[in-house]
Ligand binder design. Structure first.
Ligand code: AMP
Length: 446
């Protein structure tokens, strides 16, 4: 089940994959670089026996991309073995780690997740769940976390609720996953989300829940809805595909254009384009077709073929585009290079006009909470106006959804969501170097 669920969640990370299983005190781990189908063979799966399992697919937003940082992390400390899989980014991990290292801790990875385990190992509490909770109290930022210890599975979500985490049930057993699409694949029923600030413990006695953290402002990552999550998931209480369609509708209301056909950039623009087309009454058509079978080891030819990089993934359909004025819909512009290439592809296929519409506001700030965005200076919208970006991507016109329009389509207020990538305003106070994290810890030990 863990293996199948990881397949469903592959879009959330393609660098490394791993599973830890446990029977009582006996833990088994297999993890490595690559996607799920590259890391797990039948022989490996047969060796991963156990009554409980957690798995992880990773892309690095904190720490290096190497097999050492593959998750779940499995450590043995004085309370026994513990395995942890973590989604999100902890904004004070580097500071806490510095303090732990200067106090003698030896880290085996460069990922922020290991910091939690070192803190938990030092916590004075006898019970491992209490120790883990105490460690999490000292971490700031985003975590949706799953852990197993002998006889228990623990799920925790940070008090802001940046990243999703959902609970399901299959054949009388509890399952927890980042997205509900994982439940669909294993025939589990979606029960509810792990609430923000909630810790859920599953043991032989069933499922127990408590809320040990100080309350904080809600900050669900709205980029999950815009781009990252799978459209067939239920996320933060909403269907992802339905939200994307509403974003597309709103985009048409705010940035209409006189066109013959609405064309999505597959796969990321598909549902927003559907909403845009429905609202406008303009026909929707798949003027770009995506090849899904490009392996990670694909070798680019050495000779220069114009637009090769994007053409291997997307092929324009000439019959749909030639002679047409098109609205090209995508979810976001980050560096701007993809849009530029796609506009050129459409023009080469004969499109008469290309009007680019983006179903979120301009991305002006890097994400500190677990979405892999480039540094500020590589975000085209952080240095260029919409008009300049429009010229760069060579569109006949360019329109982004406004922040207000996005919130309206989201049916949320600004203080319920994390919108830092569009506003550069952080829902969490970013830690300053002088803040002494472990002194706090010492206080709680007394
Ligand atoms: P670019 O503007 O060339 O950096 O690429 C923008 C495209 O990348 C859009 O089509 C998005 O769907 C996609 N995208 C946005 N954010 C990310 C991300 N964090 N990781 C990978 N792709 C992304």
């Amino acid at each position: 089940m863990a293996y199948l669920s990881l397949y469903a969640l592959q879009h959330r990370g393609q660098e490394s994959s791993g599973i830890v299983t446990a029977t009582g005190n006996e833990f088994r781990r297999h993890a490595g670089m690559g996607q799920v189908d590259e890391v797990f063979t039948r022989r490996v799966l047969d060796q991963l026996e156990g009554d409980v399992a957690i798995g992880h697919v990773r892309y690095s937003t904190s720490g290096d991309s190497n097999s050492n940082n593959a998750q779940p992390v499995l450590l043995h400390h004085h309370r026994g073995p513990i395995a942890v899989a973590h989604n999100g980014n902890l904004v004070n991990a580097a500071l806490v780690r510095d303090e732990l290292e200067s106090d003698g801790s030896i880290f085996q990875t460069t990922s922020d997740t290991e910091t939690i385990l070192h803190l938990a190992a030092r916590a004075p509490h006898a019970d491992v769940v209490d120790a883990l909770v105490e460690a999490l109290r000292h971490m700031r930022g985003a975590y949706s976390l799953l852990a197993i210890t002998p006889g228990r599975m623990i799920a925790a979500r940070d008090p802001h609720g940046f990243r999703p985490l959902s609970i399901g049930k299959v054949d009388g057993s509890w399952v927890v996953a980042s997205e509900t699409c994982a439940f669909d694949l294993i025939g589990a029923e979606f029960v509810r989300d792990v609430e923000r600030g909630e810790v859920v413990v599953v043991d032989v006695g069933g499922l127990h829940s408590f809320k040990p953290f100080e309350a904080a402002r809600r900050a669900s990552c709205f980029f999950e809805h815009v781009y990252f999550a799978r459209p067939d998931s239920q996320l933060f209480g909403e269907s992802v595909q339905a939200v994307r369609k509403r974003l597309g509708q709103k985009l048409w209301e705010e940035r209409p254009c006189d066109v013959d056909v609405v064309v999505p950039v597959p796969d990321s623009g598909v549902f927003a384009a559907h909403g845009f087309a429905t609202a406008s009454g303009v026909p929707y058509d798949m003027g770009l077709v995506r090849n899904h079978y490009i392996g990670r080891t694909f070798i680019e030819p050495t000779q220069q073929i114009r637009n090769f990089g994007v053409r291997i993934k997307l092929n324009p359909v000439r019959e749909i585009l030639a002679g047409k004025r098109i609205a090209l819909i995508d979810d976001s512009i980050v560096r701007g290079t993809t849009s530029r290439k796609i506009v050129q592809l459409c023009r080469d296929a004969g499109a008469r006009e290309v009007h680019v519409r983006i179903s979120c506001p301009p991305t002006i700030g890097p994400c500190r909470y677990g979405i892999d965005t480039p540094d500020q200076d590589e975000l085209i919208a952080s240095t260029q106006s919409v008009e300049e970006i429009g010229r760069f991507v060579n569109a006949d016109s360019l329109g982004f959804l406004s922040l207000e329009g996005m919130l309206e389509a989201a049916r949320r207020t600004r203080d319920e969501l994390c919108t830092a990538c569009w506003t550069n305003q952080q829902p969490v106070d970013l830690p300053r170097a002088e803040s002494a994290q472990l002194r706090l810890f010492e206080k709680s030990r007394r």
